[in-house]
Design a protein around this ligand. Sequence first.
Ligand SMILES: [Zn+2]
Length: 122
Amino acid sequence: MTGAQPEEPTTTVPDFTSLHPSNDRYLLRNLLWCHACDVPMAPSQAPSFLGAPRPRTYHCPHGCRETILRAEIVEERAIAAAGERATIRDVAPLFMQSALELLIRQVRVASNDSDLVFHWRT
Ligand SMILES: [Zn+2]
């Protein structure tokens, strides 16, 4: 897996007729991996501060990260990246997780949050 060559961009139109609905708010539940530990990142919620809404986060189950990874930020980046490869703007939120799983094999996140590496399905 490491050392795999980045895939060439493809113009293949994915088969969105196979999408299935999901109420899972963590769009990258099965896709986001900790690059350092080579394990899936776990959905979680940050502790509440003074009654403010608890932000959705992902964390490495091995505890290698010291900073919180905000779910909205990484999910927006994944949607934006996927949108450069396929027309997903018409995909309803209920089907977005399925659409991302159709396009993305893995999103590997380094300890530096700005360093996301996408591995695409062909
Ligand atoms: Zn880790």
